[in-house]
Design a protein around this ligand. Structure first.
Ligand code: ADP
Length: 310
């Protein structure tokens, strides 16, 4: 059995987690479909790591239903685990191992779980090329730079060709180039290999670039669920129109940017230059939603799908 007919790979309903007398997760509900990239955002202590660890089967939940690849992670067996990939914070063990050696060794654990749909593990050299480490395939892990080690972490996470991949702050400490390469890799895994990816980050640019859907966790609940565009429209519905005329710069904020631009051209025609229409940035949106939640303002718990379907 793989995934349900609806293509739902992760299904979380009413998830609760209590540590001692503190409710960290009160009612977390969301779904992910095959090949979707979900980015989980939230303030420190919101419960992102807790959520991810419950989905990985590393932590027992207090209540609610959770299904990953059709199974309850709390009862996931080895065959289930072989279909899940986890990228942990930097790989510190095995410093004396060489990159190719380590990946071939770890990959061998997945061989018994290969099936018609999934050739497990990944061919070692193909995987090394995928994460951009070909030139360092024979280097010892302890001699790699921070960014190169991070690539090893990713390779370790995907060596079994997982159908679901969990990444906790995967690009912390990477330089812009390594970050961009990592983003390309995430897109490739999702688009070409159909991998469903759930990642946490504090980097809003990264979330914006990677996410098919953004989930914001605050106060123990998912307070927003939608694409960056959808979330931006939801908080303000406003866009910023910028242009120049006669060498002067203008900015106007409006809820009806298309109509506004139309009027602008009708009035000034070719005098208009450098036209730009920008929605609120993801960071603006995130801050507004979290503040709105913290100030106790009524929060709309419906997902965007439900809102737009009305
Ligand atoms: P985030 O990843 O969003 O920063 P975490 O899931 O790490 O949040 O933590 C959420 C809350 O749960 C924090 O207040 C943290 O102190 C608490 N917490 C996490 N793990 C434990 C634990 N094992 N025992 C008690 N409290 C914990």
């Amino acid at each position: 059995m793989t995934v349900g007919g609806s293509g739902v790979v992760i299904d979380v309903d009413g998830l609760r987690m209590r540590y001692g007398s503190t409710d960290v997760l009160r009612e977390v509900t969301f779904r992910a479909r095959r090949g979707e990239v979900l980015v989980l955002l939230g303030p420190n202590g919101a419960g992102k790591t807790t959520t991810v660890e419950i989905l990985e089967g590393f932590r027992k939940r207090s209540a609610g239903t959770v299904s990953v690849l059709g199974a309850d992670p709390a009862e996931g067996d080895e065959a289930w685990r072989a279909r899940i990939g986890v990228v942990l914070q930097s790989w510190r063990d095995h410093g004396k191992w060489r990159v190719r050696e380590l990946l071939a060794h770890l990959g061998s654990y997945y061989a018994p779980y290969a099936d018609r749909d999934a050739l497990r593990p990944w061919d070692t050299d193909e995987l090394i090329a995928l994460v951009g480490l070909t030139e360092h395939a024979d280097a010892k892990i302890q001699n790699l730079s921070g960014g190169q080690r991070r690539r090893v972490d990713v390779a370790v996470g995907v060596v079994g060709r997982p159908e679901v991949l969990f990444l906790d702050e995967p690009t912390a400490g990477l330089d812009p180039e390594a970050k961009r390469e990592f983003h390309d890799l995430v897109h490739r895994l999702a688009d070409k290999h159909g991998t469903t990816i759930l990642l946490t980050t504090h980097d809003m640019d990264e979330a914006d670039k990677l996410a098919d859907r953004i989930l914001i966790l605050a106060g123990g609940r998912i307070i927003a669920d939608g694409s960056a565009d959808e979330l931006a429209r939801r908080i303000t519905g406003k866009a910023e129109v910028r242009w120049t005329r006669d060498g002067q710069r203008f900015v106007h904020t409006t809820t009806e940017s298309t109509k506004y631009v139309h009027e602008l051209f009708k009035q000034y025609g070719e005098e208009i230059g450098e036209l730009e229409v920008r929605r609120a940035s993801l960071e603006d949106t995130y801050m507004a939603l979290v503040h709105q939640h913290e100030s106790g303002a009524p929060t709309d718990f419906r997902t965007l799908e439900e809102v737009t379907a009305r």
